[in-house]
Design a binder for this molecule. Structure first.
Ligand SMILES: Nc1ncnc2c1ncn2[C@@H]1O[C@H](COP(=O)(O)OP(=O)(O)O)[C@@H](O)[C@H]1O
Ligand SMILES: C[C@@](O)(CCOP(=O)(O)O)CC(=O)O
Length: 463
């Protein structure tokens, strides 16, 4: 069923891949998409209520390897213990009548074919778009072929030239989930499917139904270096990979001149579309996400974010001056339930909660101002670190007041203090960090040293 390779496609302007639909994927061979996780430094939960948060991407990546399939959709998700195949006919029956006119994808496809530009337009703020003008082809990486999983791309390598920005407007995701869609998709859940796997299957098929519309089968294998459900954005990383994978297979997003085995990045308008669809998937998993997680996992970097203004890049990458130890308490949590806890508390105590939400924004603003002063030479690294420590303490105290802390998190704060660190933030004294990590392990926690502020979603076309 494979029609044409993505490599060498004249992105966007050449809409031949769209003409190949229905009945085929636009990808021949294997496709590998990868996206980072995220860490929110200040403003989690408050960001759901429109407050400013500060966050960065984390170099623990999720990788989705996919290829077209003639007659089925197969999902292999070892992190949530799922390996299941659905006959294409069964999926078509399930989604028949539900997806008609739901997303505007067909109209956009038609516009792309004719070169018209009246399809729904992307709308993220300019500042959320990393400058990709200097992107260059990566070194050719041979050996990623057949159905084997290609090696993860080297994070040190530069991305290839992104897709052409003068392409016709790309199809945007609907602003909200089409009524009844997720309920209808529930009939696809395999017997005995766990809670986490259910969320993943429903989110994946929501995107598949609206983007691919049962036109072709696909096999997707997705795994993450992120711990699932540990607050590092595993669901957003999953959603971004699913979104980019399905948009590429559908031909609605096409890569530029990346050859087989090369890492390719996306153009700004393509990132916007990937992000919008990933947000829809996050809605399935989280109910009421703020959008910060999917935005960080899509664009990468270190950024401030509000629901209304989107992202702003943080000046001077001040966070690069810090070394982070990320800790997984191994205590299961579910973001949807945590967000709901805060909602209930806010409804019961608005006069207490609203000033606290404002205080969280003031903390995030304090972080941004401190970073700017540091970049302008008005605050030394040591002073910035002291200031960040105080902000972290205050932010955490408010999270406790929101009711979203946990005895294990308090234990980590105690351990951090013992080693002279603030929770979430460490300095780069390797021996102290190692001792801290050892004490975290003794307390039953996993910890990670991870790159913060790394690149967002990218893709590699197999051979
Ligand atoms: N690697 C993965 N494979 C499949 N599903 C995943 C993966 N990572 C996350 N998910 C989905 O995201 C859910 C976790 O979301 P959430 O509670 O927000 O955790 P996190 O804080 O890590 O984002 C899981 O229950 C699962 O449905
Ligand atoms: C709690 C919250 O602020 C961040 C959620 O992060 P995570 O899904 O727990 O990684 C919710 C949101 O912003 O949607």
């Amino acid at each position: 069923m494979n029609k044409r390779p993505l490599n060498g496609a004249d992105a966007g302007a050449d809409a031949a891949a769209l003409r190949s639909a229905p009945g085929s994927s636009a990808v021949s061979g294997s496709l590998t998409v990868s996206a980072p996780g995220k860490v929110i430094l200040f403003g989690e939960h408050a960001v759901v209520y429109g407050k400013r948060a500060v966050a960065a991407s984390v170099g623990l990546r999720t990788t989705a390897v996919s290829r077209a399939d003639a007659s089925a959709v197969r999902l292999v998700l070892p992190d949530v213990c799922l390996d299941h195949s659905w006959p294409l006919e069964r999926i078509r029956e399930c989604i028949a009548g539900l997806v008609q006119g739901a997303s505007g994808v067909e109209a956009a496809a038609a516009a792309a074919v004719s070169g018209a530009t009246n399809a729904p337009t992307a709308s993220a703020p300019e500042s959320s778009r990393p400058d990709q003008a200097a992107a260059k082809p990566t070194k050719k990486r041979r050996g990623a072929s057949g159905t084997t999983v290609p090696r993860r791309s080297s994070r040190a390598s530069k991305p290839t030239t992104p897709g052409v920005d003068s392409a016709p407007a790309l199809p945007h995701a609907p602003a909200s989930l089409p009524a009844g869609l997720v309920d209808q998709l529930s009939s696809l859940l395999p017997d005995g499917c766990s809670g986490p796997a259910k969320q993943s299957v429903l989110a994946f098929f929501t995107l598949y139904a609206l983007i691919c519309r049962g036109r072709f089968g696909i096999e997707v294998q997705m795994e993450s270096k992120l711990p699932v459900g540990a607050g590092l954005g595993s669901s957003a990383s999953f959603s971004v990979c699913a979104s980019a994978t399905l948009l590429l297979h559908s031909g609605l997003v096409q890569l530029g001149d990346a050859g087989a085995g090369q890492t390719a990045s996306f153009s700004n308008s393509q990132l916007e579309v990937i992000n919008a669809w990933a947000f829809l998937s996050e809605k399935v998993i989280h109910g009421n996400p703020s959008g910060i997680d999917n935005s960080l996992c899509t664009y990468g970097g270190a950024r401030s974010y509000t629901k209304t203004d989107g992202m702003r890049e943080l000046k001077g990458q001040a966070f690069k001056a810090f070394d982070f130890v990320l800790t997984d308490t191994n205590v299961a949590k579910n973001t949807k339930a945590e967000v709901e806890k805060v909602r209930v508390r806010r409804e019961a105590h608005p006069h207490i909660m609203d000033p606290l939400l404002n205080a969280v924004q003031a903390i995030a603003d304090g972080c941004i101002a401190g970073c700017e002063k540091h970049v302008n030479g008005k605050l030394s690294h040591a002073e910035l670190q002291t200031q960040m420590g105080i902000l972290i303490d205050m932010n955490h105290a408010i999270l406790e007041a929101f009711g979203v802390s946990h005895p294990m998190l308090e234990k980590i704060r105690e351990l951090s203090a013992k080693h002279g660190f603030k929770s979430k933030l460490t300095d780069s004294d390797g021996s102290r960090t190692a001792a801290f990590q050892a004490s975290l392990a003794a307390a039953g926690c996993r910890s990670f040293r991870a790159q913060v502020g790394c690149a967002g979603v990218d893709a590699i076309i197999g051979e």
